[in-house]
Design a binder for this molecule. Structure first.
Ligand code: TNX
Length: 519
């Protein structure tokens, strides 16, 4: 009899733990539930040490915005309070935190601001999912210990092909913070438009900012330096680094429209596609641009693109300056010229004390791997990832399949891209990265993390942007933050369904993959 009771108790305990999956995305490393609860109400106070004050303010603002609860700050409290503490601790990983919710107090502890902020975002998710009864919210008591799997959890937005503007960018940054994503890679230049003001070369935006991928006459759209600073500040308050991308030597059409003297020509399909690698003036011009870019972005990382140069470097075969450069350096082919260009620009960036970031084409060049991160995007070329790791490059994983969010989420969707019939459903994002990738030599030490890229040739407005990003952004977050052993897709799906209310409340036009009738 006793054994039967024991078996039932174990079974029941198993069932209840499963039913009590913690309602947080991305799922924390460890979460243990206790039986009590904390009552959050207008009397709740907030206590924070000096280092934690700004984060306390963020928590107050969010609670007021979403719950209508105004928490008062206090130096000390004994009951019904939230305690935020940053205490240096060399043993704790960056972004690690402990959150404990008891009857009298909620405590979040971390060794650094990044960790405390992550803890606050966990608490906010728990709070937002509880109903408010008589102006009081009962928050179930959890003890959480958490830290991320990857340090790089990114989203890239292409605003050259279509421009969305600062309010949309801020909304994306809010959702990134909600999901503990911490790198915003901003693709600001490409064929249709140059979107970042450069004071020394005003025509870049006045002329280069005209047009979009679908409307070559659209009035100039771009960010002034003041607006860039505003967005960088907004991101910093959410512990998100902003990384600008100035694509070169290809994808330079918009810049070349403004300053044709630095153009290296293009091809019939991609006219005026490249900067001219043979002219000394090009390096001066681009370094001036990069100097202004560096001053705007405290992340100390600049992405130089360096992708798909072969789309438009044919003219280099006839260009006098390029031919002279080849002769002087005994370069045999155009890839050698490309590698030379990339190396010179990388040196400029390092001289500005920035890390060099670039698409995976640079792996075949002759760049040294120090201070350099490769963005592996060609999912059909796993050998390039392997080679990058062998050469000692740091790597961000963002393969087209499954991390290009300009790809449709469902085979029935019509707006968006597919690759040989391939699309990118929620689950494929969730399951990334495969063991094949993480078992590669050097993967553990050199893979910085993962990133979704939203290219916008086919994404023409905010609704389409939302429809591509949501809810895959949640799967991206859990894939980037949560350990493989802790991940569980069916639990994730259940947790995710509750987030759809938040999406609706924020006016997002999202895809619901659990409602098969939607398209
Ligand atoms: C490839 S990824 C590109 C982009 C396009 C994208 C469309 C990469 C480095 N280059 O220029 O927008 O495909 O999916």
């Amino acid at each position: 009899m006793k054994t039967i009771i024991l078996i039932f108790t174990i079974l029941f305990a198993g069932l209840t733990t499963r039913a009590q999956d913690i309602a947080i995305i991305p799922k924390p490393l460890k979460a243990v539930k206790n039986s009590s609860a904390f009552a959050l109400n207008q009397q709740t106070q907030i206590v924070a040490n000096k280092e934690a004050l700004k984060i306390a303010e963020y928590l107050q603002t969010e609670l007021l915005k979403y719950q209508g609860i105004a928490l008062r700050s206090a130096d000390k409290a004994t009951a019904n309070y939230i305690d935020l503490q940053i205490k240096p601790n060399a043993k704790q990983a960056l972004e690690a935190y402990q959150l404990s919710i008891g009857e009298k107090k909620i405590e979040i502890k971390a060794a650094n601001p990044q960790g405390l902020f992550a803890g606050v975002t966990s608490l906010l998710q728990l709070i937002r999912q509880q109903p408010s009864v008589n102006h009081q919210i009962a928050i179930p008591s959890w003890n959480i210990e958490d830290q991320p799997r990857y340090a790089w959890r990114g989203v890239m937005l292409d605003e050259s092909r279509h421009f969305f503007g600062k309010e949309k960018v801020k909304q994306i940054l809010d959702w990134m913070a909600f999901y503990k994503l911490n790198k915003f890679h901003w693709h600001l230049t490409d064929q249709p438009g140059w979107r970042i003001e450069i004071k020394k070369y005003p025509k870049l935006t006045v002329i280069g900012g005209v047009g979009s991928f679908t409307d070559s006459l659209a009035k100039a759209q771009y960010y002034t330096q003041e607006e860039i600073k505003e967005i960088v500040r907004y991101a910093a308050e959410r512990f998100i680094d902003v990384i600008p991308e100035i694509d070169m030597p290809g994808h330079a059409t918009a810049a070349n429209k403004a300053y044709p003297e630095f153009s290296g020509g293009g091809s019939p399909k991609y006219p005026e596609f490249t900067f001219n690698p043979g002219k000394e003036g090009t390096y001066q011009y681009l370094t001036d641009i990069l100097r202004e870019v560096d001053a705007l972005f405290p992340s100390q990382m600049i992405h130089i693109g360096a992708d798909e140069v072969h789309f438009g470097n044919q003219h280099w075969n006839k260009d006098e300056a390029v031919q002279a450069l080849m002769k002087k350096n005994n370069f045999k082919d155009l890839p050698a010229v490309e590698a030379y260009f990339v190396k010179r620009i990388a040196d400029s960036i390092k001289a500005l004390n920035n890390e060099v970031l670039a698409w995976d084409e640079i792996v075949s060049g002759n760049l040294s791997s120090d201070q350099t991160t490769v963005f592996w995007w060609r999912h059909d070329k796993p050998e390039i990832l392997k080679q990058a790791l062998e050469k000692g490059f740091k790597v961000v994983l963002c393969p087209r399949s499954p991390l290009y969010f300009d790809f449709v989420q469902d085979s029935a969707h019509v707006v968006g891209r597919k690759w040989a019939g391939k699309f990118v459903p929620l689950k494929s994002v969730y399951d990334f990265p495969s063991k094949e990738i993480t078992d590669l030599p050097n993967a553990n030490s050199l893979i910085r993390g993962i990133q979704a890229n939203i290219w916008t040739e086919v994404i023409v407005d905010e609704q389409q942007l939302d429809f591509k990003l949501f809810p895959r952004i949640a799967a991206l977050a859990e894939a980037a933050w949560t350990n493989t052993e802790t991940k569980n897709v069916s639990e994730f799906n259940n947790r995710l369904k509750k987030h759809f209310e938040f999406y609706t409340a924020d006016g997002l036009y999202f895809f619901n993959p659990f409602n098969t009738k939607a398209s």
